[in-house]
Design a protein around this ligand. Structure first.
Ligand code: G3P
Ligand code: CA
Length: 368
């Protein structure tokens, strides 16, 4: 254990970072009731190809409070769950000769990207594709499920959450993210009107609904603020700037947004912050954790809840402190990583391994 990790863990026994502030239920306008929120990131993507109904269902059954669909749109304006519009990495589209002519190169947030894009497919066409594992070299087990699942619509994700809420006798929340909002708006396919109407239609655009809406861009969250009655979450990266800022010549970066003053500005339109976990505890050049930043404290002072991303069990993603070996696909000590980050006072997290996060949350030995 590094000195930095020991220092963070010492905080748990000495003076919990959360001792002087309200719980999530008290701090969020909508009173979500869990003390520590576990979000199934792209479902249970440590165990199934991401953004499939099978992945979301497994996360819910493992205990996730929320399942997280990233949202993009089809040619005919249907919101579907994919991490990005370009789908060659997560579907079998390249093996469909009937769609070969749709392969193209586009500028995606300023980056030339070649492949197949959801907005060029009707929903009926997309439904003929099947999901595949994004990182087969790290998650070989998941490849057993390649070719078995469709791309789900947002409506199907909502329907799943409602069905499982009834079956499991607890409410399974949804935590949708608008992906590349400026990119889609510029093509005349804005995501936000569809998102609002879908939440309206499903009775989810109301105070107390178990829903968070998140975005890496700022302007679309500001525009959504008066239209939605559910909490909004500003996502941030450890580097760079929101694309809507880049696109409009706004010089501010994510570093500016996560300054104490920047967080107070975020709190004027959002309720939570979804930072890269490295913004909470940075790593040194060798991958070991350094001391925590003031981000969690500053966000709480601004009245924002904090749900960092993404907690994953494989060595490939863990800080060096918690790796089990030099083999990227082997599991390291995700329990210890989560415990270390919880000691900073975070209110919840996004994880590919919901079962581990729930076990950590429920394990009194780990929590003491
Ligand atoms: O939305 C939280 C987290 O999912 C952000 O990262 O790239 O996995 O959508 P990403
Ligand atoms: Ca996401």
């Amino acid at each position: 254990m590094t000195v930095a990790v020991a220092a963070v863990l010492t905080l748990v026994g000495a003076a919990p970072a959360t001792a002087d502030r309200p719980t999530v239920a008290q701090t969020t306008a909508d009173g979500h009731g869990d003390d520590f929120t576990v979000v199934g990131h792209r479902g249970a993507s440590g165990y199934r190809p991401e953004h499939t109904l099978a992945s979301y269902e497994l996360a819910a059954r493992m205990g996730a409070d929320y399942i997280e669909p990233d949202l993009v749109t089809t040619k005919d304006g249907v919101l579907v769950a994919r991490h990005e519009p370009e789908i060659s990495g997560t579907t079998d589209v390249a093996r469909h000769p009937e769609f070969a002519s749709l392969k193209t190169t586009k500028s995606l947030d300023g980056v030339a990207t070649t492949g197949w894009f959801t907005e060029d497919f009707t929903l009926a066409q997309l439904k003929t594709l099947r999901a595949v594992e994004r990182i087969p070299a790290v998650r070989q087990h998941n490849t057993m499920y390649d070719g078995r699942y469709e791309i789900p619509t947002f409506q199907e994700v909502i329907d799943l959450s409602k069905r499982l809420s009834r079956e499991l006798h607890r409410e399974i929340g949804i935590y949708p993210e608008t992906k590349h909002p400026t990119y889609f708006r510029k093509q005349g396919k804005a995501l936000e009107p569809k998102l609002v109407s879908m939440l309206d239609k499903n009775g989810l655009n109301r105070r107390g609904a178990k829903v968070f809406v998140q975005s890496f861009e700022v302007s679309n969250l500001k525009a959504l603020d008066p239209q939605l009655n559910v909490p909004l979450v500003q996502l941030t990266s450890a580097t760079g700037a929101p694309f809507d800022f880049v696109d409009t010549g706004d010089p501010r970066t994510y570093a500016d947004i996560t300054s104490a003053a920047g967080l107070r500005e975020v709190a004027t339109y959002a309720d939570g912050l979804g930072p890269d976990k490295n913004q909470i505890i940075p790593r040194d050049a060798a991958g070991f954790l350094l001391s925590p930043t003031s981000l969690v404290r500053d966000a709480h002072r601004a009245g924002l809840t904090v749900h960092p991303y993404t907690f994953r069990a494989e060595n490939s993603f863990l800080p060096a402190d918690f790796r089990s070996s030099a083999i990227p696909a082997e599991y390291g000590d995700l329990f210890a990583e989560i415990a270390t980050f919880r000691a900073t006072g975070i209110d919840g997290l996004f994880t590919d391994n919901t079962d581990v996060a729930i076990a950590q949350r429920d394990d009194r030995l780990v929590r003491r």
